[in-house]
Write a protein that binds this ligand. Structure first.
Ligand code: PLP
Length: 401
């Protein structure tokens, strides 16, 4: 691998004001100028190194943005107060009234709801397609299409986007490919595979401590300057900005991202193999049975593994709920949405994170009632965890004794 996203982060060296080993946190929402002329220049974007107002950028949000751009190998980046803040402003940046988006149909429920229910208010309409079939994506493109949108590893079905194939289609039609990489930081580098824009919810693996929200869009300088433009920039005007204190804490957590991702991946691979051996319907990109296993292998940054997300299908929602409640009682994880925590998190997506998707459509895309989505934690002894999970499965009737 010539480009290593973890090394990119490690090579960034920032010092604090007094020689601190961490950069100083900018505890100001506004900044003074020695001359009025400099203030005007800054307003117009002609004064690099000067700060105006923290809805735009602050030194702390810039440090974090630079680290994320380095990780995703893009020119620059803009951070925001949540993943949805990054996704919605970026989509609104690219699309005007009358434009269209071609999107994967298996995406995070919030993004789906934005495209399906909210964007049409502005006469922006979306064709939802099976993005594991690049030919279906190409067939949906028309003269009004302004964006191709997908998740590298989809939430919650863990379908894998063929990024090089989608990037080739995007280039051919001269439209940008936007990839949400929330489920696969470090393991997949969409830009290196041809994507134009990479988005993340920082709330998940990247921060990793489930204490703050955050989001980022990584892309060209032209895109990021456009998003931050004081006259018509979607990020500047809609204002989903990240606070400096939170930006600083996320940056510190990024320093251990490579270690955490390796452990999440190791534990998830172990559990996925064991679950599959027990005869459970298990979906994990690291399993040979995953329909996109080979594709994932061809795209992955190998040392980081196949990621921390897996699903099992236990047949019914009742069984899924009983199993999750018992696993929580036995302290094997938490019944909670979100992902990327030190502790395993589990939820039934049909009634939680994907509940925005109508039941009929859930069925069509293979999102069944008994599906449990796991974000596998950093457990030290995953074999012990597995034995205890297996016992829970027996007790609630998911497995025979
Ligand atoms: N993208 C994906 C894949 C997600 O799973 C989520 C949240 O669950 C988001 C984006 C939205 O991020 P946030 O909750 O930080 O707004």
């Amino acid at each position: 691998m010539s480009f290593n996203p973890a090394d990119q982060i490690q090579d960034l060296q920032y010092f604090g004001e007094y020689g601190g080993v961490n950069p100083s946190i900018s505890d100001s929402s506004t900044y003074t100028f020695l001359s009025a002329k400099k203030m005007l220049d800054t307003f117009e974007g002609h004064a690099p190194g000067c700060y105006l107002y923290s809805r735009h950028v602050s030194p702390s949000t810039l440090y974090l943005a630079e680290a994320l751009a380095a990780m995703e190998n893009t020119e620059t980046a803009n951070v925001s107060g949540s993943g949805m803040g990054a996704i919605t402003t970026t989509l609104l940046h690219f699309c005007n009234a009358g434009d269209q988006i071609v999107s994967s149909r298996t995406i995070y429920g919030g993004t789906y709801a934005f495209l399906k229910n909210f964007a049409p208010k502005f006469n922006i309409h979306t064709h939802f397609v099976d993005s594991t079939k690049p030919e279906a994506v190409e067939a949906a493109i028309n003269e009004n299409t302004k964006v191709i949108y997908c998740e590298a590893v989809s939430n919650p079905l863990l379908e894998i986007a063929d990024i090089p194939a989608l990037a080739a289609i995007a280039k051919k039609h001269n439209i940008p490919l936007l990839v949400d990489n929330t489920f696969s930081p470090l393991t997949i580098s969409p830009k290196a595979l041809g994507a134009d824009v990479v988005l993340h919810s920082l709330t998940k693996f990247i921060n990793g401590t489930n204490d703050t929200m955050g989001g980022v869009v990584c892309g060209s300088r032209e895109l990021i300057d456009g998003l931050r433009n004081v006259n018509d920039g979607a990020a500047m005007l809609l204002g989903p900005s990240l606070d400096s204190i939170r930006a600083a804490s996320i940056l510190k957590n990024m320093r251990t991202l490579h270690i955490r991702i390796k452990q999440h991946s190791k534990n998830a691979l172990y559990l996925a193999k064991q679950f599959e051996n027990l005869g459970l319907k298990t979906v994990y990109p690291g399993l040979e049975s995953h329909p996109n296993h080979k594709l994932f292998k061809s795209m992955m940054n190998e040392e980081f593994g196949f990621g921390g997300m897996l699903t099992i299908d236990v047949g019914t929602l009742e069984k899924a709920n009983a199993l999750m409640e018992l696993m929580q009682k036995r302290n094997l994880g938490y019944l909670a949405v979100s992902l990327g925590f030190y502790k395993t998190l589990f939820s039934a997506p049909g009634t939680s994170t994907s509940s925005e998707i109508p039941e009929e459509e859930q069925k069509e895309m293979g999102l069944s009632d008994g599906l449990i989505r796991f974000s596998i934690g950093l457990d030290n002894d995953i074999e012990r965890t597995f034995k205890n999970m297996k016992q829970c499965m027996v007790e609630v009737g998911v497995l025979e004794n």
